[in-house]
Design a binder for this molecule. Structure first.
Ligand code: NAD
Length: 263
């Protein structure tokens, strides 16, 4: 296979959850640029419509569907519909996720002050919904003997993280082992399951806190590369994991973090 063909997604169908903003939006754009029919999904109907319109102007293969990943029936129905309409489903990005608020650097993030309703909400979106999305994708990919599933985890799932809330670090650590477990079950069926573990990216998460000057300043010393990332800096790894170039990769949790997890 020639080098450009390694990264060519023409004729492939991809679904991205949480695609109206931040990393999911950047991932969807990368898939479209590589030639894939890309179904952008998100719970935020207005933002989704705006971003879909914008991308579709340059990429006619962009589609969109409003989807709340906390509704298992809706996730199954969306995946079934995409696979039925396009004949196959090649890659699913389980990307939608939320912050749990700040970590133990502030009062509200300390053990004695934890809000269990917040814990439940974060686990439902960041963990339960990932399982439901992986399951829905696997149901189509396994009988076909090929497919890619990519989960957006976090470096906060690899080690402790003072800046992130308990529910967030716990959900992302759980997701990492969910990815390894699903990778082992699905390896005999040539369905490859991997995770991207981002460091700090300037997105809308947590009310856009990572875009604030105080965060940018903090990351100057906290991150070896000395800065917060632009969402487009996720695109290279997303393309690799969706494309023929990563045909021998499964069960990997890959940081894109400016060196933070190597510290
Ligand atoms: N930005 C970072 O620094 C960072 C770091 C590590 C991991 N991540 C992970 O990246 C993923 C994307 O986050 P982001 O930073 O792009 O944030 P973002 O807020 O910009 O985008 C998240 C998107 O998910 C959508 N969403 C939220 N709940 C949903 C639901 N129930 N159903 C469907 N869609 C839903 C939101 O509407 C939003 O469009 C998350 O899993 C997050 O944990 C982000």
């Amino acid at each position: 296979m020639s080098l450009p063909a390694f990264f060519d997604l023409s004729g492939r169908t991809v679904v991205v959850t949480g695609a109206a903003s931040g990393l999911g939006l950047a991932i969807a754009e990368a898939m479209l640029q590589a030639g894939a029919r890309t179904v952008m999904t998100d719970v935020d109907a207005d933002a989704l419509a705006t971003e879909h319109r914008r991308l579709q102007a340059a990429h006619p293969l962009a589609e969109s569907a409003v989807l709340d990943v906390t509704a298992p029936g809706a996730v199954d129905a969306l995946i079934d519909d995409v696979a039925a309409r396009h004949g196959a489903l090649d890659c699913v990005f389980a990307n939608a996720g939320i912050s749990a608020g700040r970590g133990f650097m502030v009062d509200t993030g300390r053990l004695e002050n934890l809000d269990m309703a917040n814990w439940d909400r974060v686990l439902r979106i960041n963990l339960d919904s990932v399982l439901v999305t992986v399951r829905a994708a696997a149901r189509h990919m396994k009988p076909r003997g090929q497919g890619r599933i990519v989960v957006t985890s976090s470096i906060a799932g690899l080690r402790s993280e003072a800046l992130s809330g308990y529910a967030y670090v716990a959900s992302k650590a759980a997701v990492n082992n969910l990815v390894r477990q699903a990778a082992m079950e699905l390896a005999p069926f040539n369905v490859l399951v991997n995770a991207i573990a981002p460091g700090p990216f300037a997105t809308g998460i947590n009310g856009g806190r990572l875009r604030l000057p105080e965060s940018v300043e903090r990351m100057r010393t906290y991150i070896p590369l000395g800065r917060v990332a632009d969402p487009r800096e996720i695109q290279g790894l997303a393309l690799l994991l969706a494309s023929p170039a990563s045909s021998y990769m499964t069960g990997a949790i890959i940081p894109v973090d400016g060196g933070a997890s190597a510290r």
